[in-house]
Every structure is written in structure tokens, then in C-alpha cells.
Design a protein around this ligand. Structure first.
Ligand code: ADP
Length: 168
């Protein structure tokens, strides 16, 4: 189909949280095809391998896509985000915004990316109030300390995370 609206939602997703899922769910309404770009990001020392992170995102989203009619793709990516977006034929990059800390980082990244490729527009969705405090990093920390993470991730993700970093 010509003039399809395609978006890319990049992240590390180590692991995918209810916050990410909320952004994806809302993002699906904005585009005809949404590509979730799972970053290799060795620098961040992910707990889950690239393959595991992709698999988690894929299995969480199978049922959801049927409802929306939007095409959802989950792809690995490394290198420049603007190059990944171009390769995916995407006109927009989707990001979630939580607090002021996100804003500063995102503001710089948008500026740099706009210079690298002015044809790719970054669109921000405000984190829903319910999920605005959820961060993968903290979820991992809480899991490793044996805390309850059931309000932050799905039961399947929680199980994998406890198996990997903590008790239960
Ligand atoms: P990154 O390595 O880019 O920080 P993340 O996996 O942490 O990757 O996040 C990917 C995107 O999802 C970012 O735009 C981030 O701001 C957003 N995000 C993460 N957690 C939430 C949340 N709880 N609510 C809304 N957006 C979120």
C-alpha cells in the first residue's frame, strides 16, 4: 500500500515493562505499521540477550495486534537510529517520556537525529500516570532484591526475570 505510515519504537527493553507496552499500545493507533527496534546495546550490559528480549516483546504482543489491525514487527537493531528508521521505511520515531530526566536526554537526541536525517520526525507520548515511574533498570534491581514486580511487568516477564536475577 502506498503512503503507509510507518513508525519505529526503539529501546533496550531489558525487559519489556508495562510502561513500554502502554506506549506500544497507544503507538499502534498512530501508524499503519509499527516496528519495535530492540537495541543490541552491549554498553548497557543487558540482563537478557538480544534474542530473549525480542522473544519477550513478540510474545507479549501477539494478541494485542489482532485487535488493532496495525502491523507490528519486532526487529533487532544496532548502529544509528536514523539509519534503522530509513531501512524500515519509517517516517517517525516513537518515544515515551516519563520525567524531566527523560526530557533532557531525548531533547538532545532529537536535535542530533534531526541533523542526521531531517525526514525522520520524533513523536513523544507522555507516559500514562499509572506507569510513569516504571523503569527497566529499577524493575531488575527490585527483582534481584526479592521484591514484588507484579505491578511493573507481565507474569511471564516477571518469571523470566526472577529466574535470571533473583529468587522465586
Ligand atoms: P533506552 O535504552 O532507549 O532507554 P528503554 O527500553 O529504557 O530504552 O526505553 C525505550 C523507550 O521507552 C524510551 O523512549 C523510554 O523513555 C520509554 N519508556 C520506558 N519506560 C517507560 C514508561 N514506564 N512509560 C513510558 N515510556 C517509557
Amino acid at each position: 500500500m502506498a503512503n503507509k505510515r510507518v513508525g519505529v519504537y526503539p529501546g533496550t527493553f531489558d525487559p519489556v515493562t508495562l510502561g513500554h507496552m502502554d506506549i506500544i499500545r497507544r503507538g499502534l493507533r498512530l501508524v499503519d505499521r509499527l516496528v519495535i527496534g530492540v537495541a543490541t546495546n552491549p554498553g548497557k550490559g543487558p540482563v537478557f540477550s538480544l534474542e530473549e528480549r525480542i522473544e519477550m516483546v513478540r510474545s507479549e504482543f501477539g494478541p494485542l495486534v489482532k485487535d488493532t489491525g496495525t502491523e507490528l514487527q519486532v526487529e533487532p537493531f544496532s548502529g544509528l537510529l536514523v539509519d534503522f528508521a530509513t531501512r524500515m521505511d519509517a517516517q517517525l520515531v516513537l518515544r515515551g517520556l516519563r520525567a524531566v530526566a527523560d526530557f533532557e536526554y531525548e531533547y538532545q537526541m532529537v536535535g542530533m537525529n534531526a541533523h542526521l536525517n531531517p525526514d525522520v520526525e520524533t513523536v513523544f507520548l507522555m507516559a500514562s500516570e499509572k506507569y510513569s515511574f516504571i523503569a527497566s533498570r529499577l524493575v531488575k534491581e527490585i527483582a534481584s532484591l526479592g521484591g514484588d514486580i507484579s505491578s511493573f511487568v507481565t507474569p511471564t516477564v516477571a518469571k523470566s526475570l526472577y529466574e535470571r536475577v533473583g529468587r522465586k
